[in-house]
Design a protein around this ligand. Structure first.
Ligand code: COA
Length: 183
């Protein structure tokens, strides 16, 4: 059953959240195909990644359920060359004991809102595994459409894994020239 949105505050992450964030991510690295990492990053590496996200001016948000961090989402550059600067890639992970309660939807909606306000124009999701129904459906529900599948892009847990690429315009998308990025 979904939790009430009021029960799931979404807020900026802090250094103190990183143990919970790392443990959520480690679960999905070790047990799932969403991430193509095979060894979970250690806490120092996870903290370094958060700092890089913040330094780039991107949001790194967490969702709490009854006072405990149970999900996180952040944006980052889609690709690094300068002409890509109005396109962001997203990342969302929810703790295994909090799946299906509505955290993923709230986190992604929040990330879309924030990235739009910053002046970004496209959000891109690169989803590990064609069979990742939860992520594909979540993104479709929030206005993303599938723009391609890279077949057998990865090899994990002894099998080939596709990358599903989904895209959502932010604000005017490509219909007007961009403004300055506010970051
Ligand atoms: C994808 C993920 C973030 C969804 O988070 P969640 O909190 O469980 O999702 P929510 O409860 O907010 O559900 C939102 C929507 O997601 C979809 N969804 C969630 N779980 C689903 C499932 N098991 N099967 C199909 N669709 C599902 C539905 O569209 C749902 O909308 P609905 O409730 O109106 O049907 C979560 O499953 C997760 O962390 N997965 C592993 C990591 C991952 O794949 N991350 C995305 C990488 S880009």
């Amino acid at each position: 059953m979904k939790a009430n949105a009021g029960e799931i505050p979404i807020r900026d992450s802090t250094d103190g959240d990183m143990a919970a964030v790392r443990s959520i991510y480690a679960h999905h690295v070790q047990n799932g195909l969403a991430s193509f990492e095979e060894v979970a990053p250690d806490p120092a590496e996870m903290a370094r990644r958060r700092q890089a996200v913040l330094k780039g001016g991107f949001p790194f948000r967490v969702a709490e359920l009854r006072g405990t961090v149970k999900g996180f989402a952040h944006a980052g550059p889609y690709r690094h060359r300068p002409a890509y600067r109005f396109s962001v890639e997203n990342s969302i992970y929810v703790a295994p004991d909090a799946l299906g309660l509505g955290l993923g939807r709230l986190l992604l909606a929040d990330l879309i809102e924030r990235c739009t306000a910053l002046g970004h124009r496209q959000m891109i999701a690169i989803i590990g595994d064609s069979g990742n129904a939860a992520s594909i459906s979540l993104h479709a529900n929030l206005g993303f459409r599938e723009v391609g599948v890279i077949k057998s892009a990865g090899f994990k847990f002894g099998r080939w894994v596709d990358s599903v690429i989904m895209q959502r315009p932010l604000g005017d998308g490509g219909d007007s020239p961009p403004g300055d990025l506010r970051r």
